[in-house]
Design a protein around this ligand. Sequence first.
Ligand code: UD1
Ligand code: CA
Length: 460
Amino acid sequence: MKKCSAIILAAGEGKRMKSKHSKVSHKICGKPMVQYVVNSVKGAMIDDVAVVVGHRAEEVKGCIKGDVTFVLQEKQAGTGHAVMCCEQFLEGKKGTTLVLYGDTPLISKDTIKDLVAFHNENNFSSTVLTANFKDPAGYGRIVRDTSGNIQRIIEDKDATEKEREIKEINSGIYCFDTEELIDALKQLHNDNSQGEYYLTDTLGIIKRKGLKVGAFLVKDSDEVVGINSRIQLADVAGMIRAATVRKLMADGVTIIDPGAVYIDADVSVGMDTIIYPGTVIEGHTKIGEDCIIGPGARIVDSIIRDGVEINHSVVLQSEVKSNTHVGPFAYIRPESVIGENVKIGDFVEVKKSSVGSYTKVSHLTYIGDSEVGENVNFGCGTITVNYDGKKKNKTIIGDNAFIGCNTNLIAPVKVNDDSYIAAGSTITDEVPEGSLAIARERQTVKEGWVKKKNLERRKK
Ligand code: UD1
Ligand code: CA
């Protein structure tokens, strides 16, 4: 097979997005738009990849994962000009160059493979991937001659009324014979409605040179939908989301209402887990088997082991181990590790803490910067007082400790194994193993005080 390199154009501003950010850096289901294109190219076994950056170049570079060569297009003078900037990248290369746009994220690796194979098998000097769109507005149109051969591409803005009626559009994905591409780029000019160097004009140039130009019709036209606006961004996100939930269901996950959950593209979920409506699962979250997630859960970049229930709660960048119950209305903040068979109940917040297995934190509790052992019981309303106004301090609680209701643990402080704390205590000193700590005022009773003060409140 011929050697194949790829160029992904990602230097444009994306004016129609009306955004402070580069268009291709906008996320779709948790991943920057351009990353989808990079992944599909790499997935098609093309490893020599250049990404052209320009507008907010550093932002775009920062959002791309994987080994690519960045090429700078300082001034965005059109898609043809962007490829011209790759002169050095292309220099001395023979074989095939694939060009794609960073705003066409649904393109699959299989379509890329098919396009490259079609291009090579037919010995075309250039092949464009096309689609038939019911509404082709905004796209370049494929102009064919009377015998059906592709002649050139005309941009929507430069097209005549008649040409605008053409339904076959340019996807912006092409294969070129590398040497012919370099040659054609030299002949581009910018006398069009936008004053830009159009990459699309290279096809007409190659054709006029008497070389073979091909068109390859994509099987699923959804794959080549381009994103120019927020509306198209949402449309494409909807398509990716639908595909993600279909794949999860095919793999054995029950999703009660597939239209009522938002699951990012890189999330994995184990078999027999049930996902209730109103659930948002983001980033690189991994969920195990036999879990019950939702209703109303938000889980971001977390690891949820098997048999966990998360109901009306938020879990961020944390791990929840097997058979643990979270919620309703709990908030697990980043860098927390919750053990197995734990109960994190209502209005409990855990931040940057570890909680050992079989521990119960049933209600109204704040655990911050703490290490909590196994089989600890937190009474309602326990607070680790981790902040002294200057810095955060640590609370350590041993195994089997019993923390009475409404306890303040003034950090740094340690509560040793098998100890008890009386309800209402404010603990400032270490609690030794096996002891009871009481840190509260003794109760005083003043007999007959109400009558004496004439403060009776009974109805007259
Ligand atoms: C382009 C095509 C059009 C096609 C459509 C498919 C051209 C002239 N037109 O139009 O035929 O139907 O895509 O979606 O190619 N870019 C740069 N540098 C630039 C200009 C653009 O890197 O100077 C990048 C953008 O970041 C973007 C891509 O090229 O990722 C396409 O640019 P865009 O302005 O969106 O082109 P369209 O008008 O959609
Ligand atoms: Ca576009």
